[in-house]
Design a protein around this ligand. Structure first.
Ligand code: CTP
Ligand code: CA
Length: 229
Protein backbone atom coordinates (compact mmCIF):
# COMPACT_ATOMS: atom_id res chain seq x y z
CA UNK A 1 0.00 0.00 0.00
CA UNK A 2 2.84 2.39 0.86
CA UNK A 3 4.20 1.98 -2.66
CA UNK A 4 0.84 2.54 -4.31
CA UNK A 5 0.28 5.71 -2.25
CA UNK A 6 3.66 7.08 -3.23
CA UNK A 7 2.62 7.03 -6.88
CA UNK A 8 -0.49 9.14 -6.29
CA UNK A 9 -0.07 12.65 -7.73
CA UNK A 10 -0.96 14.68 -4.62
CA UNK A 11 0.97 12.81 -1.93
CA UNK A 12 2.59 15.27 0.49
CA UNK A 13 0.27 18.11 -0.53
CA UNK A 14 -1.82 19.71 2.19
CA UNK A 15 -5.22 21.00 1.07
CA UNK A 16 -8.07 22.85 2.69
CA UNK A 17 -11.56 22.76 1.21
CA UNK A 18 -14.60 24.74 2.36
CA UNK A 19 -18.08 23.38 1.71
CA UNK A 20 -21.75 23.91 2.41
CA UNK A 21 -23.69 26.94 3.55
CA UNK A 22 -23.12 29.10 6.60
CA UNK A 23 -25.88 29.86 9.09
CA UNK A 24 -25.92 33.35 10.59
CA UNK A 25 -27.85 33.40 13.84
CA UNK A 26 -30.69 35.88 14.35
CA UNK A 27 -31.78 34.58 17.75
CA UNK A 28 -31.44 31.23 19.57
CA UNK A 29 -33.81 29.49 17.15
CA UNK A 30 -33.44 31.31 13.79
CA UNK A 31 -30.77 31.98 11.22
CA UNK A 32 -30.08 33.39 7.77
CA UNK A 33 -28.88 30.59 5.50
CA UNK A 34 -28.92 29.29 1.93
CA UNK A 35 -29.67 26.13 -0.04
CA UNK A 36 -26.11 24.86 -0.47
CA UNK A 37 -25.97 21.09 0.15
CA UNK A 38 -22.20 20.80 0.43
CA UNK A 39 -22.13 18.07 -2.24
CA UNK A 40 -19.60 19.82 -4.48
CA UNK A 41 -17.13 20.55 -1.68
CA UNK A 42 -17.37 17.05 -0.21
CA UNK A 43 -16.80 15.57 -3.68
CA UNK A 44 -13.68 17.73 -4.13
CA UNK A 45 -12.35 16.79 -0.69
CA UNK A 46 -12.87 13.09 -1.46
CA UNK A 47 -11.19 13.32 -4.84
CA UNK A 48 -8.19 15.23 -3.46
CA UNK A 49 -7.83 12.60 -0.72
CA UNK A 50 -8.14 9.79 -3.26
CA UNK A 51 -5.27 11.41 -5.18
CA UNK A 52 -3.14 11.31 -2.04
CA UNK A 53 -3.56 14.83 -0.62
CA UNK A 54 -3.76 15.55 3.11
CA UNK A 55 -7.22 17.14 3.19
CA UNK A 56 -8.90 19.32 5.81
CA UNK A 57 -12.56 19.88 4.98
CA UNK A 58 -14.13 22.90 6.67
CA UNK A 59 -17.87 22.52 6.33
CA UNK A 60 -20.93 24.53 7.23
CA UNK A 61 -24.09 22.64 8.27
CA UNK A 62 -24.42 19.76 5.80
CA UNK A 63 -25.83 16.23 5.78
CA UNK A 64 -22.99 15.01 3.54
CA UNK A 65 -20.45 12.41 4.65
CA UNK A 66 -16.92 12.02 3.36
CA UNK A 67 -16.27 8.79 1.50
CA UNK A 68 -12.53 8.95 2.08
CA UNK A 69 -11.65 8.17 5.66
CA UNK A 70 -8.49 10.27 5.58
CA UNK A 71 -10.42 13.54 5.12
CA UNK A 72 -10.22 15.60 8.33
CA UNK A 73 -13.52 17.36 8.86
CA UNK A 74 -14.01 20.56 10.82
CA UNK A 75 -17.66 21.51 11.34
CA UNK A 76 -18.51 25.19 11.60
CA UNK A 77 -21.77 27.14 11.58
CA UNK A 78 -21.15 30.81 10.83
CA UNK A 79 -19.01 32.69 8.30
CA UNK A 80 -16.90 34.01 11.19
CA UNK A 81 -16.20 30.48 12.44
CA UNK A 82 -15.38 29.31 8.91
CA UNK A 83 -12.86 32.15 8.54
CA UNK A 84 -11.23 31.23 11.83
CA UNK A 85 -10.92 27.55 10.86
CA UNK A 86 -9.44 28.55 7.47
CA UNK A 87 -6.86 30.82 9.08
CA UNK A 88 -5.83 28.07 11.52
CA UNK A 89 -5.11 25.77 8.59
CA UNK A 90 -3.97 28.20 5.89
CA UNK A 91 -0.28 28.78 6.55
CA UNK A 92 0.97 25.32 5.65
CA UNK A 93 -1.70 24.56 3.03
CA UNK A 94 -0.45 24.25 -0.54
CA UNK A 95 -3.99 24.14 -1.94
CA UNK A 96 -7.13 26.04 -0.91
CA UNK A 97 -10.42 25.34 -2.62
CA UNK A 98 -13.23 27.52 -1.38
CA UNK A 99 -16.52 26.02 -2.51
CA UNK A 100 -18.65 27.09 0.46
CA UNK A 101 -21.67 29.33 -0.06
CA UNK A 102 -20.65 31.79 2.64
CA UNK A 103 -23.25 34.31 3.79
CA UNK A 104 -22.37 37.82 2.62
CA UNK A 105 -24.25 39.45 5.49
CA UNK A 106 -24.75 38.57 9.12
CA UNK A 107 -27.02 40.13 11.77
CA UNK A 108 -25.32 42.96 13.68
CA UNK A 109 -26.56 41.50 16.96
CA UNK A 110 -27.86 38.08 17.93
CA UNK A 111 -30.91 38.39 20.16
CA UNK A 112 -30.29 36.42 23.35
CA UNK A 113 -33.95 35.45 23.60
CA UNK A 114 -36.32 34.28 20.87
CA UNK A 115 -37.68 37.38 19.09
CA UNK A 116 -41.40 37.60 19.82
CA UNK A 117 -43.98 38.49 17.21
CA UNK A 118 -45.15 42.09 17.57
CA UNK A 119 -48.51 43.65 16.69
CA UNK A 120 -48.59 45.31 13.25
CA UNK A 121 -45.74 45.96 10.81
CA UNK A 122 -42.87 43.71 9.69
CA UNK A 123 -39.53 42.84 11.19
CA UNK A 124 -36.32 44.47 10.01
CA UNK A 125 -33.01 42.79 10.83
CA UNK A 126 -29.94 44.97 10.63
CA UNK A 127 -26.97 43.19 9.07
CA UNK A 128 -23.29 43.82 8.43
CA UNK A 129 -20.93 42.33 5.84
CA UNK A 130 -19.05 39.16 6.67
CA UNK A 131 -15.32 38.89 5.88
CA UNK A 132 -14.77 37.58 2.36
CA UNK A 133 -12.71 34.52 3.32
CA UNK A 134 -11.49 33.84 -0.20
CA UNK A 135 -10.41 37.44 -0.78
CA UNK A 136 -8.66 37.50 2.59
CA UNK A 137 -6.71 34.35 1.67
CA UNK A 138 -5.96 35.81 -1.78
CA UNK A 139 -4.63 39.04 -0.25
CA UNK A 140 -2.38 36.94 2.02
CA UNK A 141 -1.36 34.31 -0.54
CA UNK A 142 2.17 32.98 -0.11
CA UNK A 143 4.38 32.09 -3.08
CA UNK A 144 3.57 28.56 -4.23
CA UNK A 145 0.09 28.52 -2.71
CA UNK A 146 -2.72 27.68 -5.09
CA UNK A 147 -6.10 29.30 -4.51
CA UNK A 148 -9.32 28.20 -6.18
CA UNK A 149 -12.70 29.91 -5.90
CA UNK A 150 -16.22 29.34 -7.13
CA UNK A 151 -18.65 31.76 -8.69
CA UNK A 152 -22.37 31.29 -8.82
CA UNK A 153 -23.85 33.71 -11.30
CA UNK A 154 -27.23 34.18 -12.90
CA UNK A 155 -26.30 36.87 -15.43
CA UNK A 156 -23.20 38.28 -17.11
CA UNK A 157 -21.62 35.06 -15.88
CA UNK A 158 -18.15 35.02 -17.41
CA UNK A 159 -17.36 38.68 -16.82
CA UNK A 160 -18.50 38.44 -13.19
CA UNK A 161 -16.37 35.30 -12.73
CA UNK A 162 -13.31 36.99 -14.25
CA UNK A 163 -13.82 39.99 -11.96
CA UNK A 164 -13.85 37.65 -8.94
CA UNK A 165 -10.78 35.77 -10.20
CA UNK A 166 -8.82 39.02 -10.35
CA UNK A 167 -10.23 40.74 -7.27
CA UNK A 168 -9.54 37.70 -5.08
CA UNK A 169 -6.09 36.87 -6.55
CA UNK A 170 -7.09 33.32 -7.58
CA UNK A 171 -5.25 30.75 -9.66
CA UNK A 172 -8.53 29.69 -11.18
CA UNK A 173 -12.24 30.08 -10.69
CA UNK A 174 -14.99 27.53 -11.23
CA UNK A 175 -18.08 29.13 -12.71
CA UNK A 176 -21.30 27.31 -11.90
CA UNK A 177 -23.92 27.76 -14.56
CA UNK A 178 -27.31 27.97 -12.91
CA UNK A 179 -28.98 28.67 -16.21
CA UNK A 180 -28.76 24.97 -17.06
CA UNK A 181 -31.28 22.61 -15.61
CA UNK A 182 -29.63 19.94 -13.47
CA UNK A 183 -26.93 22.27 -12.23
CA UNK A 184 -26.71 24.01 -8.90
CA UNK A 185 -27.23 23.66 -5.21
CA UNK A 186 -29.28 20.57 -4.50
CA UNK A 187 -28.64 18.51 -7.62
CA UNK A 188 -26.14 15.70 -8.03
CA UNK A 189 -24.92 17.21 -11.27
CA UNK A 190 -23.16 20.42 -12.21
CA UNK A 191 -22.13 22.30 -15.31
CA UNK A 192 -18.96 24.30 -14.93
CA UNK A 193 -16.54 26.52 -16.78
CA UNK A 194 -13.00 26.87 -15.44
CA UNK A 195 -11.27 30.20 -16.04
CA UNK A 196 -7.63 30.43 -14.97
CA UNK A 197 -5.48 33.46 -14.24
CA UNK A 198 -4.16 33.45 -17.81
CA UNK A 199 -7.88 33.79 -18.69
CA UNK A 200 -7.80 30.43 -20.42
CA UNK A 201 -11.35 29.13 -20.42
CA UNK A 202 -12.54 25.50 -20.44
CA UNK A 203 -16.22 24.58 -20.53
CA UNK A 204 -17.31 21.13 -19.38
CA UNK A 205 -20.47 19.12 -20.04
CA UNK A 206 -23.19 18.61 -17.46
CA UNK A 207 -21.92 15.75 -15.26
CA UNK A 208 -22.08 14.30 -11.76
CA UNK A 209 -20.50 16.36 -9.01
CA UNK A 210 -18.03 13.49 -8.45
CA UNK A 211 -16.91 13.81 -12.08
CA UNK A 212 -16.82 17.62 -11.84
CA UNK A 213 -14.53 17.18 -8.83
CA UNK A 214 -12.25 15.01 -11.00
CA UNK A 215 -12.05 17.75 -13.66
CA UNK A 216 -11.20 20.37 -11.02
CA UNK A 217 -8.49 18.14 -9.50
CA UNK A 218 -7.01 17.43 -12.94
CA UNK A 219 -6.71 21.19 -13.49
CA UNK A 220 -4.89 21.46 -10.15
CA UNK A 221 -2.54 18.62 -11.09
CA UNK A 222 -1.73 20.23 -14.44
CA UNK A 223 -0.88 23.56 -12.74
CA UNK A 224 1.36 21.76 -10.22
CA UNK A 225 3.11 19.93 -13.08
CA UNK A 226 3.78 23.20 -14.93
CA UNK A 227 5.16 24.63 -11.70
CA UNK A 228 7.75 21.86 -11.55
CA UNK A 229 8.65 22.10 -15.23
N1 CTP B 1 -16.54 33.55 -0.48
C1 CTP B 1 -15.87 33.52 0.71
N2 CTP B 1 -16.28 34.29 1.76
C2 CTP B 1 -17.35 35.11 1.64
C3 CTP B 1 -18.04 35.16 0.41
C4 CTP B 1 -17.61 34.36 -0.63
O1 CTP B 1 -14.89 32.76 0.84
N3 CTP B 1 -17.72 35.84 2.68
C5 CTP B 1 -16.05 32.72 -1.61
C6 CTP B 1 -16.95 31.59 -2.01
O2 CTP B 1 -16.64 30.41 -1.28
C7 CTP B 1 -16.64 31.44 -3.49
C8 CTP B 1 -16.27 32.85 -3.92
O3 CTP B 1 -15.94 33.57 -2.73
O4 CTP B 1 -15.51 30.61 -3.70
C9 CTP B 1 -17.32 33.59 -4.67
O5 CTP B 1 -18.51 33.63 -3.94
P1 CTP B 1 -19.74 34.41 -4.55
O6 CTP B 1 -20.85 34.43 -3.54
O7 CTP B 1 -20.03 33.87 -5.92
O8 CTP B 1 -19.12 35.87 -4.75
P2 CTP B 1 -19.11 37.18 -3.87
O9 CTP B 1 -17.72 37.72 -3.94
O10 CTP B 1 -19.65 36.94 -2.51
O11 CTP B 1 -20.02 38.17 -4.69
P3 CTP B 1 -21.63 38.13 -4.96
O12 CTP B 1 -22.26 37.19 -3.95
O13 CTP B 1 -22.06 39.54 -4.80
O14 CTP B 1 -21.77 37.63 -6.38
CA1 CA C 1 -21.70 35.95 -2.11
Amino acid sequence: IANIRKKLPLVGIKAIVTAGPTYEAIDPVRFIGNHSSGKMGFAIADELARLGADVTLISGPSAQQSKQRTVKRIDVTSAAAMLEACLENYTDAKLCIMSAAVADYTPVTIATQKIKKQDGGGLTIETKKTTDILKFLGDNKQPGQLLVGFALETNNEEQNAIDKLKRKNLDFIVLNSLSDEGAGFKTNTNKITIIDKQLQKTTFDLKSKDDVAKDICQKIISILKNEKA
